[in-house]
Design a protein around this ligand. Structure first.
Ligand SMILES: Nc1nc2c(ncn2[C@@H]2O[C@H](COP(=O)(O)OP(=O)(O)OP(=O)(O)O)[C@@H](O)[C@H]2O)c(=O)[nH]1
Ligand SMILES: [Mg+2]
Length: 584
């Protein structure tokens, strides 16, 4: 199937030609038929001589309904431009063509209608000249009459040639179905319709609905009025959603492949065509079937920042258009350059940003994104429309290679400085490093640690730094020399100072497991604990504190906290009469 949107001035015969080609009524509303005027989008389709199907999105021509027209053409890649032979080129001929040009529509056909009323020659020449200056370029023209049927067979074959020129649909791309209608079908619930421009939908698929957090599920699918289990782009589809109330969604919403679209209310864009020098500060952004008020902040000569009144699922490279609803005027096209741009807080940030944007062209560019963002999750890039084919540095984090090297150097410097400032600590806490390097995730700290540095117990230091700092190691060495053969004697408080063990040194030694702290200022070598258990197990059970003290050849100052520690660890048990046993 291929999908074509009509375009052209009011009453020029768009609906008539669609009706004549398809035998279907594009004006769905009684009011439209009564007034003989299209108000909202109409849908009709037919089989072409070669067997292919063409579906039309028929748009209104009246200037009041241009927003409806834009919702119809937004997601459609080809246009049937209609000009009446007897009226020629008119204001909405020009406005519709400007919209197609702004959106970058590159495939089209000209139908000069009402050819039974006037010579189609002049209107054809004028229209072709106007169209040739746009993204559509040179188009085929066919003169037709909806009244007599003249030219319709030629129009059909011209449509076939147009279909053959269209690029193959990207059926493996993610789905972004811009909703152009939503309604309720009794017994089925909510149904939305749209032009599926890329991707594939299946019954049972889970999708995101832009604007609603919970996922929605496809309960049923229709294409061209028939139930399907699957529909692939390009197609007009009607999607029945399970359990989604009708009032939760409407035109301008989008059904999305989960995890593939960033929702953005701040985008940097390039103005395409001839950007007006005096762009108003507020305009309406039209993209897909959505129309959202935006505030415009000029940055460079042809780049602006748009603040959207509500977030939209936009990707880098998307085409959209800006329109001034007050002046009935398409202000120009835009190409999305960045859907997650940095804030412009500092002085001069806007000028710097303009320079960055001057280099961007809306083509997704992984190396450039990494250079600008330095560190970014692959999943975040994918949701901006940037393929993230690069090896992550940690988790799903991608890094600019030069930035990553700088971070590695910086980490080494920070760790060295920390070691100088905190000689008794076994390395720099990883969280402190994360903050110093302004890293968004702790796994990045871990990934940056390279030998001879290593991470141990949440700290980054030289391998062996969790061993003891120099002065403490020497002090512990002295304890071992002096007390090695009487392991249950603890140095007296004043002797600790002689040994070089102040409170900070004791803390460092205890953290490193080089000393065992029984109480304030009561420390033993760590192997004393196992030795004590062996001695106590050799005593007649139960034993008293005094018996233990004598067997260990120590003082109450050590024996009391040592036995309490063993009690706490469940190695000994204290009986009601204060005697103890070793638990075996
Ligand atoms: N004589 C003649 N009349 C035509 C032809 N095509 C359309 N008309 C008449 O022109 C009027 C407008 O036709 P529509 O098809 O409704 O025009 P439209 O472009 O769809 O108009 P909007 O949707 O309101 O923009 C109707 O009265 C048609 O009968 C034609 O080829 N010959
Ligand atoms: Mg019409």
């Amino acid at each position: 199937m291929f999908v074509v949107a009509t375009a052209g001035h009011v009453d020029h015969g768009k609906s008539t030609v669609v009706r004549a080609l398809t035998g279907m009524e594009p004006d769905r509303w009684a009011e439209e038929r009564r007034r003989g005027m299209t108000i909202d989008l109409g849908f009709a389709w037919t089989t072409l001589p070669s067997g292919g199907t063409v579906a039309f999105v028929d748009v209104p021509g009246h200037e009041r309904f241009v927003p409806n027209m834009l919702a119809g053409v937004g997601p459609v890649p080809a246009a049937l431009i209609v000009v009446a032979a007897d009226e020629g080129w008119m204001p909405q001929s020009a406005e519709h063509l400007a919209a197609l040009d702004a959106l970058g529509v590159a495939y089209g056909l000209l139908a000069v209608t009402r050819a039974d009323l006037a010579d189609p020659g002049p209107a054809t020449a004028h229209a072709r000249a106007e169209i040739a200056a746009t993204s559509l370029g040179a188009v085929e023209a066919v003169a037709v009459s909806g009244l007599t049927g003249a030219g319709l067979p030629e129009l059909r074959t011209a449509l076939e040639r147009l279909a053959a020129r269209l690029p193959p649909p990207m059926v493996d791309d993610p789905v972004r179905l811009w909703v152009d209608r939503s309604f309720t079908v009794r017994g089925s619930g909510t149904v939305v319709t749209g032009t599926l421009g890329a991707g594939r939908l299946r019954v049972g698929d889970e999708l995101e609905l832009a604007g609603i957090d919970e996922p929605v599920r496809v309960r049923g699918l229709h294409a061209l009025g028939e139930a399907r289990s699957e529909a692939a782009a390009v197609a007009r589809v009607a999607v029945n959603l399970r359990g989604t109330p009708r009032d939760r969604l409407g035109r301008g919403d989008a059904l999305l492949t989960p995890g593939r679209f960033h929702r953005s209310d701040l985008v940097d864009v390039r103005l395409t065509g001839d950007p007006a020098a005096d762009l108003p500060a507020t305009l309406t952004l039209h993209v897909g079937s959505a129309a959202v008020p935006v505030r415009v902040r000029p940055l460079g000569p042809d780049t602006v920042r748009l603040r959207l009144a509500r977030p939209l699922p936009l990707l880098v490279g998307d085409r959209a258009l800006l329109r001034d609803p007050g002046r009935h005027h398409v202000s120009g096209g835009v190409r999305v350059l960045d859907v997650a741009p940095p804030p412009l807080a500092r002085r001069g940030a806007a000028a710097a940003r303009a320079q960055v944007l001057a280099e961007l062209d809306g083509q997704p560019d992984l190396a450039g994104e990494l250079r600008r963002r330095r560190l970014v999750r692959a999943s975040a890039l994918i949701r901006m429309g940037v393929p993230a084919h690069a090896a992550p540095v940690a988790g799903d984090w991608l890094a600019d290679p030069a930035h990553w090297r700088r971070l590695g150097d910086q980490l080494t410097e920070e760790v060295a400085r920390y070691a100088r400032e905190h000689p008794l600590e076994p390395g720099m806490p990883a969280d402190a490093l994360r903050q110093r390097l302004a890293l968004p995730d702790r796994v990045l700290v871990e990934a940056l640690v390279r030998p001879p540095l290593r991470i141990h117990a949440g700290r980054v230091g030289a391998a062996g730094a969790d061993a003891l700092p120099e002065p403490v190691a020497r002090a512990v060495q002295r304890v071992r020399a002096e007390y090695g053969d009487r392991p249950f004697r603890a140095p007296e408080a004043d002797h600790l100072v002689d040994l070089g063990l102040g409170p900070r040194e004791i803390g460092a030694a205890v953290r490193a497991g080089a000393l065992l702290r029984l109480a304030d200022n009561v420390v033993l070598l760590p192997d004393a604990l196992d030795g004590a258990v062996r001695v106590l197990a050799g005593l007649p059970q139960p034993f008293t504190l005094s018996a233990a003290r004598q067997a260990l050849d120590t003082t109450r100052r050590v024996a009391v906290p040592l036995l309490e520690l063993l009690d706490r660890r469940g190695v000994t048990r204290r009986l009601p009469d204060d005697a103890r046993i070793v638990v075996t």
